[in-house]
Design a protein around this ligand. Sequence first.
Ligand code: 9MR
Length: 362
Amino acid sequence: MTTKQIIFGVLSAFVFASCSNDEKVVFIYADETPVNPPVQATLKEKAKFKIGAAVKMKDLQGEVNYKNAVVKHYSQITAEYEMKMASIWTSSTVYNWTAADYLVNFAKDNNMEIHGHTLIWYDSFPDWFKNAKYDSIAFEAKVKIYITDVVGRYKGKVKSWDVANEVFADGGALREESVIKTVFKDPIGFYGRCFQYARAADPDAKLFYNDYSVVLDAGKRTAIKKMVTRFKAKGYPIDGLGDQFHYANDTNKQTMKTGFTDLASTGLLIHISELDIKVNTGKSDSYVFTDAEAQKQSETYQYITSMYEELPQNQKFAITTWGVTDKYTWLTAFWHPKEYPLLLDNDYNKKPAYQGFLAGLK
Ligand code: 9MR
């Protein structure tokens, strides 16, 4: 290396270190020898499948950095709660479309897809519906109207739907607390018909079943696979399965992989649908998110994205993170205030987790 190259290299390194993560700079030596600074693709640029984020209208409207981060890093959005039944179906005869319309238009305006979440979730039946105490005939008639109206309204715009969410309890039994278990003699038959109603309202939308701990809980997985087999035999349309992936740094990776391979054996589209990785697994008030912890989290993300890449290409649908920034993660309220589960920190900087996620992508 000549003296000229050394001086230029030192200067380049200084200027490059002064640039923010987001500025892409390529330096060329005076004699045309290229230096290779870490010019980096964003998640959506690198991935050959959709990278989704759960979002809220109020954050998209309220914080420009939030909105910019969504548009910059992601190619798909999911409403964190504003397209659930309890948000849309405000009374027996009234729908509130405000937030859902906003999100669907936001996706379109920014050239993103939107995944619909979720048509039927035991935890999101509005109070007026539960209080009505419908028998199975009236219950299903009402739900059919709801599915037809919602999926129909966004036909061709919402490209995929979680038709049913969290049907099974841990271990694979039907959820006892679900109103559907109480009302229907054959709940799985009811869910199958819900898939039919959704297909009828938008024949091109991809229809998913979504649940948590699917790859960890062999009993639940068996129940889901049995349901899929029954759906196929009956002609109930199902295109994909989502595992939420609310996991943690200490989640057993081998168990995860074994379960994931088993899930993929269905041949359906696979959605990692609500990914976040908890770090403060002991819910400790004195927890500190150290560099070492951030590195472990990065490795977990890398493990997950590289595992996903092992799927056959035609089964890859999307990986969705459940939120955009640690600042607004649901886990600070539902798990512990000291929690840092996502890819961007409170100031929208890329965390090591972001690099890990990227490194796992092909
Ligand atoms: O993160 C969501 C939170 O903001 C909502 O208050 C809550 C109720 O609508 O739902 C949370 O999202 C859940 C998702 O819809 C289904 N899987 C579990 C998620 C976390 O509870």
